[in-house]
Structures are given as structure tokens and as C-alpha cells.
Design a binder for this molecule. Structure first.
Ligand code: ADP
Ligand code: MG
Length: 158
């Protein structure tokens, strides 16, 4: 398990950071997005998806109500999930996350709703506001678990 923290001074910094993470991802990677409501999880996912789509204007709605949105992108398919409203195990099974298209990358908000289901190899990005900083400031702690620990070491060195 390897971690580092990045300071994001504003939304543009989050957008740039999302592009860096996008470039470090490989097909099949599993990414969890943690943090309170309004911390910036969806904003980050939207920036990452738009970067990989090569289109800064494609709609990337929050999956709060659908729980899942799929994006067929050139490098790999992305599944953007938000488990905030997940009702339980049955609904999790219905989402089909156990049975994704080959090489799909998952970006999952509120992973704590399925903590005992998560794969051992994953990257977590934990977004936080800081009461002593500007409103647009966030910091994000990047943690690599299992085989993705080494990947996070490499991202940290960028
Ligand atoms: P979450 O998905 O974590 O609930 P959202 O991404 O939906 O959060 O909302 C984050 C809000 O914070 C958005 O309104 C966004 O414009 C704002 N924001 C301000 N600064 C930042 C930043 N540095 N990074 C991400 N979002 C930011
Ligand atoms: Mg969200």
C-alpha cells in the first residue's frame, strides 16, 4: 500500500490532475473516489472521461440516480458508478460489476457502500476540503492497494 497527497488549488488543477491519472491508467484498472458530498469526486470523473474522450463538452451526468453510466472511449471503456443510493447486495449484483466488458476501467464513487466487495488491486483517490483554505481548494490522497501500489509509486514520481 502506497500513498501520496496532491494539492488542487482550483477546479482547473483538478482537471489537469484527472488527465495525469487518465494517462497512468491501464485497461481493467479499478479506481475508487472517496470523500464527502461536494468534495469533487464527480468533477474529477467528468474531467477524466472528457480528457479520454478528447471532447471537453460531452455530457457526463452524475450517476447518482442511475448508479452507473457507461462510456465507450478509445483507450478503454469506462464505467462510472456512484453507490450513494445503493440499497443493498442485490442491487449491487444487478449492476453487473462482476461481469464487465473486458478491460473496462471503473471509477466508483462511495465505494464504502460495497467495501467488502472491492477488488484487492485498486487505486483510491480521497478528496477533501480544507477548512483553513480557499473554497476551491481540495487535497486528494492517492493510495494504491495490492498490485496497484507500484503504479501509485510511479504516479507519485511524475
Ligand atoms: P462529489 O461528487 O464529491 O459529491 P461534485 O464533484 O459533484 O462532488 O461537486 C464538487 C463541487 O465543488 C463542484 O461544484 C465543483 O465545481 C466545486 N469545486 C470547487 N473547487 C474544486 C476543485 N478544486 N476540484 C473539484 N471540484 C471543485
Ligand atoms: Mg458525485
Amino acid at each position: 500500500e502506497t500513498s501520496f497527497t496532491v494539492a488542487l488549488d482550483n477546479e482547473q488543477a483538478t482537471t489537469r490532475f484527472a488527465a495525469e491519472i487518465a494517462n497512468a491508467l491501464e485497461p481493467g484498472n479499478f479506481v475508487t473516489l472517496s470523500g464527502d458530498l461536494g468534495a469533487g469526486k464527480t468533477t474529477f470523473a467528468r474531467a477524466l472521461i472528457r480528457f479520454l474522450a478528447g471532447d471537453a463538452a460531452i455530457p457526463v451526468p452524475s450517476p447518482t440516480f442511475t448508479l452507473i453510466q457507461n462510456y465507450d472511449l478509445p483507450r478503454f471503456p469506462i464505467v462510472h458508478a456512484d453507490l450513494y443510493r445503493l440499497s443493498g447486495r442485490d442491487e449491487l449484483a444487478e449492476l453487473g460489476l462482476d461481469d464487465l466488458a473486458d478491460g473496462s476501467v471503473v471509477l466508483m464513487e462511495w465505494p464504502d457502500r460495497a467495501s467488502d466487495w472491492l477488488p484487492a488491486d485498486r487505486i483510491d483517490l480521497s478528496f477533501q476540503l480544507s477548512p483553513s483554505r480557499a473554497l476551491d481548494y481540495r487535497d486528494v490522497r492517492v493510495t494504491g492497494y495490492g498490485k496497484l501500489g507500484r503504479r501509485v509509486e510511479r504516479i507519485a514520481a511524475l
